[in-house]
Design a protein around this ligand. Structure first.
Ligand code: F6P
Length: 358
């Protein structure tokens, strides 16, 4: 058997742990492994290299992906430069199917988020035998309790909050910290609770600026002259909408960003308090993975190879503690996992005085 492995979409801590485990397990089964470079782009342009035990040695603790990745190479709507200089989306998926055959591949392990797994599902329906591994710091993929990369991102955000606390307190300022997560508030909720935030704003609970201000002024009256506000990039005001960093570009998801600045300006205007914004951005995607993510990545990678051995194609590995299971990719991508607003984590946060701005 000859197995291809690719990583697609935004990078994420522990991608290398997954690659390493999948490669070692495949080799243990007596198979050859081909690393496809830069996601599906590697299958469009046949960019690949053989992977062996030496290629995956010493990568467990490294962030990023040794295979490279991209979130602008969807073969079903591939950005193509047309006559006249315009970029148009064209369907080059047949080239992928043909190259899969030309490279002598028997199966593909696709490591990616909802975008990459949606592409994988379409190729599975086009006849490519493949299995999926759910990756994203956003933790928004259905079918699995958690994705690898999330724990590391939350730790990075929590560490930043620990540092921002002391400067906020020293200067009696409000610090607004914008974290990633797209349309789910998982990173904001977990880092906010662990980092002692006073206010957490998430897409699942549209916020009312008057309530945000009320919490800050109440803290003032109680002698707490600083506040920490964690804002998920996808949070939005009641009756308002998500804020995007730029207009939609051909062949890629629209980038979110800017809500932190918007919340900060309202706070500063209505409270008169000095307010600063920190956008953590891609810091959350880098760095060495946590112990949890290294272990989960290793379990996911090995389990993906076992799914291939079973011929369980069209399925994705999933964590359902304490077990590793698999679910159809189709089901997982159809269900974005958001923070349930009636969950104990939200209830507990509210009970200790954290405001969600509503
Ligand atoms: O999905 C992961 C993620 O980091 C999101 O949290 C964020 O909105 C997006 O990717 C950023 O994408 P890019 O790397 O294209 O800026």
């Amino acid at each position: 058997m000859r197995i291809g492995i690719l990583t697609g979409g935004g990078d994420c801590p522990a991608l290398n742990a997954v690659i390493r485990a999948a490669v070692k397990t495949c080799i243990g089964f007596g198979w050859d492994v081909l690393g496809i470079e830069e996601g599906f782009d590697g299958l469009i342009h046949s960019k690949c290299r053989p992977l062996n035990n030496a290629s995956v040695s010493g990568i467990l603790h490294l962030g990023g992906t040794i295979l490279g990745t991209t979130n602008s190479a969807n073969p079903f709507c591939y950005p193509t430069l047309c006559d006249g200089g315009q970029v148009r989306e064209t369907d080059v998926s047949d080239a992928v199917v043909s190259n899969f055959g030309k490279l002598g591949l028997d199966a593909l392990i696709v490591i990616g988020g909802d975008g990459t797994l949606s592409i994988a599902e379409k190729f599975y329906e086009k006849g490519i035998p493949l299995v999926g591994v759910p990756k994203t710091i956003d933790n928004d993929i259905g079918g699995t309790v958690v994705t690898f990369g999330f724990d590391t991102a939350v730790n990075t955000a929590r560490e930043a909050l620990d540092k921002l606390h002391t400067t906020a307190e020293s200067h009696r300022r409000v610090l607004v910290v914008e974290v990633m997560g797209r349309y789910s508030g998982w990173i904001a909720v977990h880092s906010g609770i662990a980092g002692g935030a006073d206010i957490i704003l998430i897409p699942e609970i549209p916020y009312n600026p008057a309530k945000v201000v009320e919490t800050i002024l109440l803290r003032e009256r109680l002698g707490k002259h600083f506040s920490i506000v964690v804002v998920a990039e996808g949070a939005f005001e009641e009756g308002g909408h998500v804020i995007f960093a730029e207009a939609k570009q051909a062949g890629r998801e629209q980038r979110l960003g800017g809500v932190g600045a918007s919340v900060a300006s309202v706070i500063s205007e209505l409270t008169g308090k000095e307010t600063r914004v920190v956008v953590l951005g891609h810091l959350q995607r880098g760095g060495p993975p946590t112990t949890f993510d290294r272990v989960l990545g290793t379990r996911f990678g090995a389990a993906a190879a076992r799914l291939v051995r079973k011929g369980a194609f069209g399925r994705m590995v999933a964590l359902n503690p304490p077990d590793l299971e698999s679910v159809p990719i189709r089901e997982a991508i159809g269900r974005r996992k958001t923070v349930p607003v009636d969950s104990d984590i939200i209830e507990s946060a509210r009970e200790i005085g954290i405001s969600f701005g509503n």
